[in-house]
Ligand binder design. Structure first.
Ligand SMILES: [Zn+2]
Length: 68
């Protein structure tokens, strides 16, 4: 008479999933260039806060603090 031995396999090792937290890239809107409303060239950069200037036609205009 034989005894059936059930192999009890306990796998305590868990493969922990390390969630990769993707760092959201903060788009630097301040460094972005925008389309000039005067010459329609994408040459507008922020001169000061709220003041934008086009390096193509030197058109200066007021806009938002960090966006045109
Ligand atoms: Zn311009």
């Amino acid at each position: 008479m034989g005894k059936g031995q059930g192999t009890i396999g306990r796998f305590g090792v868990r493969y922990g999933r390390t969630p990769k937290t993707k760092l959201k890239k903060i788009e630097a809107k301040q460094k972005a260039t925008y389309v000039c409303p005067s010459c329609s060239y994408k040459k507008v950069k922020r001169l000061f806060i709220g003041v934008w200037q086009c390096s193509k036609c030197n058109h200066k205009f007021a806009g938002k603090a960090y966006e045109v």
